[in-house]
Design a protein around this ligand. Structure first.
Ligand SMILES: NC(=O)c1ccc[n+]([C@@H]2O[C@H](COP(=O)([O-])OP(=O)(O)OC[C@H]3O[C@@H](n4cnc5c(N)ncnc54)[C@H](O)[C@@H]3O)[C@@H](O)[C@H]2O)c1
Ligand SMILES: O=c1ccn([C@@H]2O[C@H](COP(=O)(O)OP(=O)(O)O[C@H]3O[C@H](CO)[C@@H](O)[C@H](O)[C@H]3O)[C@@H](O)[C@H]2O)c(=O)[nH]1
Length: 460
């Protein structure tokens, strides 16, 4: 069997690497139009940082895992074609700011139709609005030769960044949606299920109709993000009342009906998925004439935006209502630990707010590149004469970032931040020295003993 995947991004790369790693008799080819990305997948410096990914790629690459820019050959040879291209929020026309932009998906469908000379299974791996498969099938069948049949399946990906390999190796479930009502549809579902069965127990492979599968992906993300916005809303109430949000989260999470996960209060959720997918859900509800349902889910985003801006305002008001010219150390820039991804990271929004207030930002992140940080902050590294940007200082070392700072903000929950020498950090900072723990990961009592003024999300 031959599998191809269009899109070698955060999902396509690791997912296909895992399939190749687990199924040594299946040839897996990942094709992308971005040559630099493909070159990186073929090098020692993979374009995605994920714990364990290097080993999986090294074990399979060149054996039965290939990365290429030649999508035509990859499509031609494949029995199953995964589509794993981006589905960002639309920035233009109808639905701008909410709906998913499906242009990359449609281009893939047209490529698949043009270059296929036999029937194939096409798998939606990207996260898509419910009923996209309908459009996909229409484009495929309108552009293909007679006698060729495409079975479209929905197989959303539930991996989280930072734990991608663990999640792929041991998924809670694999979801496959297809045309359950036809024999060909059921056969296609079975063919894909057999691939996953190489390593996933059959009882963890769920099969549904197409629309349930497409919708379940959006709903899973909406429910997860809703839990974070819910606990973040309570963090504000904790700060006013003397309750401690981590204690509240623990107490409610012990109820097995609520459960302990995704109740960590924070400076706000980030990442490429939650906001985009909830906006997509909101758009769908509006489109299908359900404004009350749309408003309900939109509140998850509104609360998240509020949490981010509340954090920047807290820094400004605490630092005596001005951060003009003051150095603020930001520890962490990635949207969560163990990833170099900064898409929608809370750090970017807080950083921009502080720059608007004319603070000097000293940013340290163990994995994010300086170019990326400048780009996300919408700042340039140098001015026209080549002088370094006086407002943004990217530091390889957290101690250097904190040196001469008035305040230090923990933006990402990197484990290494817990073990820093805070006494040394304190000595290098202006007094009073403020710490704003946007992730509630530090030992606040110990910090207060050193002399820090500590602000923690949710009043710890
Ligand atoms: N990032 C995640 O953790 C995650 C998890 C689950 C689901 N998803 C979903 O998976 C999809 C992909 O996300 P991602 O994070 O991997 O995106 P990404 O931007 O990292 O990767 C997409 C890749 O597709 C390539 N591409 C675009 N058009 C192409 C074409 N016609 N042919 C071949 N390649 C093409 C791009 O060059 C890019 O490298 C999205 O729908 C996303 O919502 C993402
Ligand atoms: O209790 C929590 C849990 C997470 N977060 C934040 O929420 C964001 C998202 O975290 P996480 O969900 O772990 O990472 P993602 O890689 O965005 O994964 C989500 O989005 C993916 C893309 O759709 C899905 O596949 C995953 O199942 C879903 O967890 C990050 O900023 C986290 O710091 C919190 O603030 N508190």
């Amino acid at each position: 069997m031959k599998i191809c995947c269009l899109g070698a991004g955060y999902v396509g790369g690791p997912t296909m690497a895992m399939i190749a790693y687990k199924c040594s008799d299946i040839t897996v080819t990942v094709a992308d139009i971005n040559e630099a990305r493909i070159n990186a997948w073929n090098s020692d410096e993979l374009p995605v940082f994920e714990p364990g990914l290097d080993d999986v790629v090294k074990a399979a690459r060149g054996r039965n895992l290939f990365f290429t820019t030649d999508k035509v050959t990859a499509i031609k040879e494949a029995d199953i074609i995964f589509v794993s291209v981006g589905t960002p929020t639309k920035t233009y026309g109808a639905g701008a700011g909410k709906a998913a932009d499906l242009k990359y998906i449609e281009l893939c469908a047209r490529d698949i139709a043009e270059h296929s000379d036999r029937s194939k299974i096409v798998v939606e791996k990207s996260t898509l609005p419910v009923r996209t498969a309908q459009g996909l099938k229409t484009v495929l069948s309108a552009n293909t030769r007679e006698g060729i049949d495409f079975q479209v399946l929905s197989n959303p990906e539930f991996l989280a960044e930072g734990t991608a390999i663990e999640d792929l190796e041991n998924p809670d479930r694999v979801l496959i949606g297809g045309e359950e009502e036809t024999e060909a549809g059921r056969a296609a579902i079975e063919t894909l299920a057999k691939v996953y069965e190489y390593w996933v127990p059959r009882e963890n492979i769920i099969t549904t109709n197409l629309w349930s599968s497409e919708l379940s992906k959006l709903v899973a993300n909406a429910f997860l993000a809703q839990r974070i916005s819910s606990i973040n809303s309570i963090s504000a109430l904790c700060e006013r009342t003397g309750a401690n949000v981590d204690q509240v989260a623990y107490a409610i999470g012990r109820d097995s009906r609520i459960g302990p996960k995704f109740l960590k209060a924070s400076v706000g959720f980030g990442g490429s998925c939650f906001q985009k997918d909830i906006l997509n859900l909101v758009y769908l509800c509006e489109y299908f004439g359900l404004p009350d349902v749309a408003a309900y889910w939109e509140q998850v985003i509104i609360m998240n935006d509020w949490q981010k801006s509340r954090f920047s305002q807290k820094i400004v008001t605490t630092l005596f209502n001005t951060v003009n010219g003051k150095r603020i150390a930001m520890l962490g820039f990635a949207f969560k630990k163990d990833t170099n991804d900064t898409r929608e990271t809370a750090a970017m929004y807080v950083g921009r707010d502080l720059l608007d207030e004319q603070a000097v930002l000293a940013v340290h992140d163990p994995k994010v590149s300086r170019e990326q940080i400048f780009k996300d902050l919408k700042e340039s590294e140098t001015d026209a004469e080549g002088n370094p940007n006086p407002l943004v200082d990217i530091c390889d070392d957290p101690y250097e970032a904190a040196k001469g700072a008035h305040g230090l903000a923990v933006m990402t929950e990197w484990d290494s931040f817990k073990d820093l020498d805070y006494k040394k950090i304190y000595e290098g900072m202006y007094k009073p020295a403020f710490i704003f723990d946007g992730r509630n990961i530090l030992d606040h009592e110990a910090l207060r003993e050193i002399g820090f003024e500590v602000f923690a999300i949710g009043g710890k």
